[in-house]
Write a protein that binds this ligand. Structure first.
Ligand code: NOJ
Length: 531
């Protein structure tokens, strides 16, 4: 790891979803003291930084991505003192803390939106949001249904997400000043960075031109065509330049990470130019199919695009918005992107999914750049694919008219102890989403110290990644089966059914599954070998 202000260039950053990580008080909802108590285990796993999804006061209509107060902590998760303790304890352990910033929209319970409703049409309060007398277009919400909602006095406001998430008007200087102040608030409390939600959405095309194509954040769009009027507008970059200038006033390498569903990679690279953000999530990588040609193409394209602007490439396979990769990879190769899985849907091949997930992770952790992990993937956790629908909380489930199951299946509280109530998620037998009956086998205490367990595979990989400086290395493709060199390691993944030979002299350091009796690499296995 680079122990300078450039720590983020090769960092492994672990996403904590506060609702579901660890519950200290037994109410079935994770909280900040729960996270603090488990930080030593993340240190032991070997990550460099922790990104926390939102914990701010919120009515929780979109699991906290509907923020009512950007400078506080929701009572469900603790208070500001708990946030301070979490940051201090992380720093004691030499872990960085990244918090989530949600600038595209507020909650409808935010004081600004309440004031806007009270003040009425034409008021400066309404100018902080996007109100019109009539819907000027037929934009659809990402979660389904119209993106316009009428208020009692007849005006309409824009919400690209849930109706409870009104979009802010970034043309208004007051909005810009407010967010600089929010950044300062958390920087002064010691956070090391911000993950910027919907970073490609803040600025809308000035005429709010109509758009009848897909309202999905990504997908269904022609990458060569013009960007849709709500996404990836030129004006967003000026905002990030102003934020970068502010962060640069602070010591210790504070960073901005873009959540921008933008394609192709060359467009995404514009968010990480030297005077803008530091990193951007690599969603094309997450979406790539388990095919060597597809992976090689997306790896090359990503490295090339970020290289042109001098930013590190990032890699990610799972997060709180997508079906977990241990489940995705248990479906036939070529299966299109899934928006959740329900009990009546085709079910994955769990064993194949885990086998491929372990191979995919080992491949990813050998790539140069920075890596994002999502809580639970180090346990090999699958999606909860049979959750009864009555538990679903994701607004996408209702707003899509039940066409999408939504994202609850990847947000289920973690199993820590196989034999404890709520699998050790908290002291009580309570969890805000039901945990599958099969989860004892994934619990941390069934994996720590057990050779071959997924947790031990991650721990060993992170240790070797650091020892060999893979994050700061470079990739050279090798002839033959899918394989590359990074520093002194050869990394090989076998995508074929037949086992493959390693080159003569290769000494295996780590392998996602045992090799066969002849020392060959079986199907769906990744190997790290010294040459
Ligand atoms: C992206 C977040 O990751 C997702 O969970 C949320 O629903 C949307 N942005 C809206 O804030």
């Amino acid at each position: 790891m680079l122990r300078t202000d450039d720590w983020w260039r090769d960092a492994v950053i672990y996403q904590v979803y506060p609702r579901s990580f660890a519950d200290s008080d037994g109410d079935g909802m994770g909280d900040l003291p729960g996270i603090t108590s488990r930080l030593p285990q993340l240190k032991e796993l070997g990550v460099d930084a922790v990104w926390l999804s939102p914990f701010y006061p919120s009515p929780q209509h979109d699991a906290g991505y509907d923020v009512a107060d950007y400078r506080g902590v929701d009572r469900r998760f603790g208070d500001l003192g708990d946030a301070d303790k979490l940051i201090a304890e992380a720093h004691n352990l030499d872990l960085k803390i990244i918090v989530d910033l949600v600038p595209n929209h507020t909650s409808d319970q935010h004081e600004w939106f309440r004031a806007a409703l009270a003040a009425g049409p034409g008021s400066p309060e309404r100018e902080r949001y996007i109100f019109r007398d009539e819907p000027p277009n037929s934009w659809q919400s990402v979660f389904g249904g119209s993106a316009w909602e009428q208020v009692p006095d007849g005006q309409w406001y824009l919400h690209l997400f849930d109706v409870s998430q009104p979009d802010l008007n970034w043309g208004n200087p007051e909005v810009r000043a407010e967010f600089l102040d929010i950044l300062r608030f958390w920087l002064d409390r010691g956070v090391d960075g911000f993950r910027v939600d919907v970073a490609h959405g803040l600025v809308k095309e000035s005429n709010l031109a109509d758009w009848t194509q897909s309202s999905q954040i990504l997908g269904g769009l022609d990458p060569a065509g013009p960007p849709p009027p709500m996404w990836d507008q030129e004006g967003v970059h000026e905002i990030y330049r102003s934020w970068r200038a502010l962060l640069d006033e602070y010591q210790g390498g504070r960073i901005l990470v873009a959540e921008a569903w933008v394609a192709p990679a060359s467009r995404l690279a514009r968010y990480v130019r030297p005077d803008e953000m530091h990193q951007a999530f690599n969603f094309p990588y997450l979406e790539a199919q388990w095919r060597p040609a597809d992976l090689r193409a997306v790896i090359d394209e990503s490295l090339e695009a970020s290289g042109t602007v001098g930013a590190p490439t990032t890699w990610v396979l799972s997060n709180h918005d997508v079906v977990r990769h241990a489940t995705r990879l248990g479906y036939p190769v070529g299966t299109p992107r899934m928006h959740g899985v329900g009990a009546e849907d085709p079910q994955p091949d769990t064993a194949l999914g885990l086998r491929r997930a372990r191979a995919a992770t080992l491949l990813m952790l050998a790539l140069p750049g920075s890596v994002y992990l999502y809580q639970g993937e180090e346990l090999g956790l699958p999606e909860h694919t049979t959750m009864p629908d009555e538990f679903r909380e994701d607004p996408a489930w209702e707003r899509s008219g039940h066409a999408e199951r939504g994202r609850d299946g990847c947000r289920v509280p973690l199993p820590w102890e196989a034999d404890a109530p709520s699998y050790g998620f908290g002291p009580a037998d309570a969890s805000w989403l039901p945990q599958p009956a099969t989860w004892a086998e994934y619990a941390l205490d069934r994996q720590q110290g057990i050779p071959g367990s997924t947790w031990e595979l991650y721990r060993s990989a992170l240790e070797l990644r650091r020892q060999h400086g893979l994050g700061g290395g470079s990739l050279t493709w090798q002839d033959g089966p899918f394989s590359f060199r990074n520093r002194d390691l050869l990394v090989l993944t076998n995508f074929e059914e037949e086992p493959v030979e390693l080159p003569p002299g290769a000494r295996v350091l780590l392998s996602s599954e045992p090799l066969d009796g002849d020392g060959r690499v079986p199907a769906d296995v990744t190997v790290w070998a010294a040459l």
